[in-house]
Design a protein around this ligand. Structure first.
Ligand code: GRG
Length: 326
């Protein structure tokens, strides 16, 4: 893609991050007293790369360069849900992590019960906000499509389903195989256990657990920005591929990263005998696959029908997702 020098990625990111932070502070304003709001603010307003929000805004701006404001509620809704998933992920019943974003995790500060409840509250609040804030800006049919896709990205066919597949793959949920069998369409995974694991099972888990929300970020931004269905679908596909590259990078960082830079405890996957891309394929093959995914994602952008100059932020975000140190 030409004309790379005229695009300043640092400036793009810093502007939009500030807009996202400011809107999130507004949504979780100090005017709301009490421990529940405290706990919600603690986790949401604790930094983070805001990659999903940036992706949503970049997708929106790729089809309509004046629509950052319009896409902001959606971008923030995604970050709110992402924060809730991190709160729950750090609970003793899942990853049992004491650190997140460079400070004690929510459950360590507010206790387990409040961590469960603030995650729940965030999840419900997201839909209240989205309907109120986006509802005034887009057609009702667009809002409905966004809400439907968002719910799907989070539920049994998305993040929660992926988290359950993760438990099953890692052998941490032997007793629920029967239950899973009743509710999910992933017989490969259900029958795999650790020994029969294959790349399909890993991709299925990653694409639901991490990829679904990232793909939704790209699709929703494009849709709110006024993309044609073909363009929105192309960016969704781009998000899926970026999501997988991002997750494999995350698995690599768990091995190669350090606690200061990561802001969370490295080595947790290995310690918990977790099934990750890296534990299955090794470091070198995983890195090669990330590069391959990058090429695929770039091709999807080129074939999206969107002007190449307008795609520069998305292309840079792709690079950032795999070059990051945290
Ligand atoms: C959605 C209802 C509902 C429940 C959540 C706990 C759970 C169910 C799912 C776990 C999802 C999860 C935590 C996946 C890992 C994704 C991942 C790689 C997170 C790290 O994301 P970064 O690096 O974090 O973008 P920052 O801190 O930068 O925002």
């Amino acid at each position: 893609m030409e004309n790379k020098t005229s695009f300043d990625f640092k400036e793009f990111v810093s502007w939009r991050r500030e807009a996202v932070e400011s809107r999130l502070r507004h949504y979780l304003s100090q005017d709301n007293p009490g421990q529940l709001w405290e706990s919600m603010r603690y986790s949401v307003l604790s930094g983070g790369k805001r990659l999903r929000a940036l992706l949503c805004l970049a997708a929106a701006e790729s089809v309509n360069f004046l629509c950052m404001e319009k896409a902001l509620p959606c971008a923030c809704a995604i970050e709110l849900v992402h924060a809730m998933s991190l709160i729950h992920d750090d609970l003793p019943c899942l990853d049992n992590d004491a650190f997140r974003r460079g400070r004690p995790s929510n459950q360590k500060v507010f206790g387990e019960a409040m961590a469960v409840l603030s995650g729940d509250a965030l999840l419900a609040y997201v839909f209240e906000l989205l309907i109120k804030e986006l509802g005034g800006q887009v057609e009702a049919s667009t809002l409905l499509a966004v809400v439907e896709k968002f719910s799907r990205a989070l539920g049994p066919n998305g993040m929660v389903g992926g988290q359950v597949e993760d438990l099953v793959l890692t052998g941490l949920a032997p007793d629920i195989k029967h239950t899973v069998n009743l509710h999910m369409k992933s017989p490969d995974i259900i029958n795999a256990g650790n020994s029969g694991l294959d790349s399909k099972a890993l991709e299925s888990m990653h694409s639901k657990k991490t990829g679904a929300l990232i793909a939704f970020a790209a699709w929703s931004g494009a849709t709110v920005g006024g993309a044609t269905p073909t363009q929105a679908n192309a960016l969704e596909h781009f998000g899926e591929v970026l999501g997988l590259a991002f997750q494999i990078t995350d698995d690599l960082l768990d091995i190669t990263g350090d606690i200061k830079e990561l802001g969370k405890t490295p080595g947790k996957d290995q310690a918990a005998h977790k099934t990750t891309w890296v534990s299955y394929y090794g470091i070198d093959k995983s890195k090669e696959y990330v590069m391959e995914l990058q090429m695929i994602a770039k091709k999807i952008l080129v074939g999206s029908g969107i002007k190449s100059d307008s795609l520069l932020p998305l292309e840079s975000l792709l690079q950032y997702a795999v070059d990051r140190m945290n």
